[in-house]
Ligand binder design. Sequence first.
Ligand SMILES: Nc1ncnc2c1ncn2[C@@H]1O[C@H](COP(=O)(O)OP(=O)(O)OP(=O)(O)O)[C@@H](O)[C@H]1O
Length: 259
Amino acid sequence: MYNTDSKEKEYSIQTKDVHLHYGDFHALKGINIAMRKNQVTAFIGPSGCGKSTFLRCFNRMNDLIDNVRIEGDIFIDDVDIYKTNIQVDDLRKHVGMVFQKPNPFPKSIFENVAYGLRVNGTSDKNFVQERVERSLRQAALWDEVKDKLKKSAFELSGGQQQRLCIARALAIEPSVVLMDEPASALDPISTAKIEELIYELKKDYTIVIVTHNMQQAGRVSDSTAFFYLGELVEFAKTKTLFTSPRDQRTQNYITGRFG
Ligand SMILES: Nc1ncnc2c1ncn2[C@@H]1O[C@H](COP(=O)(O)OP(=O)(O)OP(=O)(O)O)[C@@H](O)[C@H]1O
């Protein structure tokens, strides 16, 4: 159903006039954006401006919240994910997510990565083995864990656990990976590893990352979107947005005048 042919497609995520209300509160106000395939897009903006809310729209995580109303269109690889009759489970196989705090399951390292494959009914042992290894390599964790795959995921450090969660997201071969402040709970060395990893992963995936850290946005992203009070104020190539923003509000934010 999803069109992921890289030759044909320029954009992986496109939204048209997206509004989101939490009850009476208007959290997203008419967001239009087109995010390129195999690029990293960063969402920045002061606390409460709607970055995570917008990110959660892309895998329909907001559906779980009471009183949410979403209007507009969100296309992921050409499928309108709110209007087409799709299974949310299928969408989430296509759009993986990594959260702020590492959240491994109380299982072994191996089983954490194999989890999505097992849920999808994959039982071929060799296939699972290969996919787990490949995902751990992609997440730059294989060398650190290859001799202890049967150990509990909780025995890993916080930074390793986060890379394990990235491997778990990659194992089911999504097209898009959403990351909500993936390094904010980590020390500088682990943060650097996650940033390198994000840079590597864009060869194979489209990545959207929410970050409070403007230096991080500058290091890892190709394009940056600045949000303010539920509006998308400015979206541009990262270098352009940080060196010559068009909007005064962006200028104020990146120079530390608020937020
Ligand atoms: N489940 C919810 N119910 C009601 N309001 C919510 C809910 N989740 C978020 N909001 C409100 O929507 C607005 C946007 O929140 P959101 O978490 O998307 O912002 P954010 O930019 O990601 O903030 P932060 O950087 O602090 O994580 C905020 O005013 C928040 O209080």
